[in-house]
Design a protein around this ligand. Structure first.
Ligand code: SF4
Length: 373
């Protein structure tokens, strides 16, 4: 599966744990930081002896500090940032009669597929970067400034469930002033290998919080890793931007579940917005054929995730050995959301604070580092 959807880096999956170990052993004055994708806190658990569906962000941070990271930031935070930007862009496209349907752009294997096989769809891709792309840029701009660190003295690693992310960070758009925004991507499998190699007893680790200022996330950021999660999170914020009040109930059931293609409709005060979600490239191609042929009409917003199930069973993940394990992982993502005090990305206080620091406004802000162009 992985070699079909995840691009060149997946064909010969690179094990870069040795690169990371060398940098940690000889940092040459660099501060070594990492960001951790939403799926990792769930997926490492069943790989390291805890029941499937366990959620252990605190143990994960402890393990990463023991491995040698100076700071550990939460990619769930930047999933909220991606949603704020993507939902704002969707509302702008609807109000200005821009190019629709808009497609999500956070899955690099899907972006590669569009660029290489369906370039006519490029104007339909959201211009918002992925959570990895955003936080990689934010660490070497915002955090560098806040911490008084020269961005060239930061070695930034992303822990991802995804082999295609190794390809994403190598894009020329993600280099600034001669240095990479994200220096290395380590997959869940590579992380589990490192934890085992270091003899870390994951189950007995204490809880350690993520480091400021990218440590808090809404429930919306957590569901990013399940198929339909990006769509659901974006609908919550688009509703708020259009109507000035929160969607209730907050759940968008039509886009949950493991069907290949899911279609639903949200009512935005009389404006019916049709939404569609595809998981797996074959289903994405089918959905696009149906949209182009008119068999699937009036779609305004569509999500594509190249891996069946979404990132929670991504190409760099430890394998879910049974359907029950997969179901438990997906259920865990929605449990994080359901038990979160804040469930909408736009209400995340650290996101609000981030925009204030830059005097920016979602959707029309001048923060080029959080957009593809
Ligand atoms: Fe990577 Fe997630 Fe896309 Fe799979 S679905 S290729 S894990 S971003």
């Amino acid at each position: 599966q992985c070699t079909l959807v995840c691009g060149p880096s997946a064909i010969m999956e690179k094990d870069e744990t040795g690169v990371l170990e060398s940098v940690i052993a000889n940092p040459q004055g660099k501060t070594i930081v990492c960001q951790v994708a939403p799926a990792i806190r769930i997926n490492v658990c069943d790989a390291l002896g805890l029941p499937a569906g366990s959620i252990e962000p605190g143990k994960l941070v402890s393990a990463l500090k023991l491995i040698g990271f100076d700071k550990v930031f939460d990619t769930n935070w930047s999933a909220d940032l991606t949603i704020v930007e993507e939902a704002s862009e969707l509302v702008h496209r609807i109000q200005s009669k821009g190019v629709l349907p808009m497609f999500t752009s956070c899955c690099p294997a899907w972006v590669n597929e569009v660029e290489q096989s369906q370039p006519d769809l490029i104007p339909h891709l959201s211009t918002a970067r992925s959570p990895l792309g955003m936080l990689g840029a934010v660490i070497k701009s915002d955090w560098a400034k806040l911490s008084g660190t020269d961005p060239r003295a930061i070695y930034s690693v992303a822990i991802m469930p995804c082999t295609a992310k190794k390809d994403e960070v190598a894009r020329e758009q993600f280099a600034t002033k001669g240095y990479r925004e994200t220096d290395l991507v380590i997959t869940t499998r590579e992380l589990v290998k490192l934890i085992k190699k270091k003899g870390i007893n994951f189950k007995s680790l204490p809880d350690t919080p993520f480091d400021d200022c990218y440590s808090e996330a809404a429930g919306a950021g957590a569901i990013f890793c399940a198929s339909g999660g990006v769509m659901e999170a974006a609908v919550r914020s688009a509703y708020y931007y259009l109507l000035g009040k929160e969607l209730a109930p907050v759940e968008v059931q039509a886009v949950r579940g493991l069907e290949g293609i899911k279609v639903g409709e949200v009512d935005l005060a009389g404006l019916k917005v049709k939404i569609a979600v595809a998981q797996g490239i074959a289903n994405a191609k089918k959905m696009i054929r149906e949209i182009k042929s008119g068999d699937l009409q009036d779609v305004v917003f569509a999500e594509v995730m190249a891996c069946p199930g979404g990132c929670v069973c991504g190409g760099g993940s430890t394998r879910a050995k049974t359907k029950a394990v997969l179901d438990a992982r997906v259920a865990a993502t929605y449990k994080i959301d359901a038990t979160s005090q804040i469930r909408q990305s736009h209400a995340n206080p650290q996101i609000v604070e981030y925009y204030k620091r830059f005097a920016g406004t979602p959707g029309i802000c001048t923060l080029t580092s959080i957009r593809w162009k």
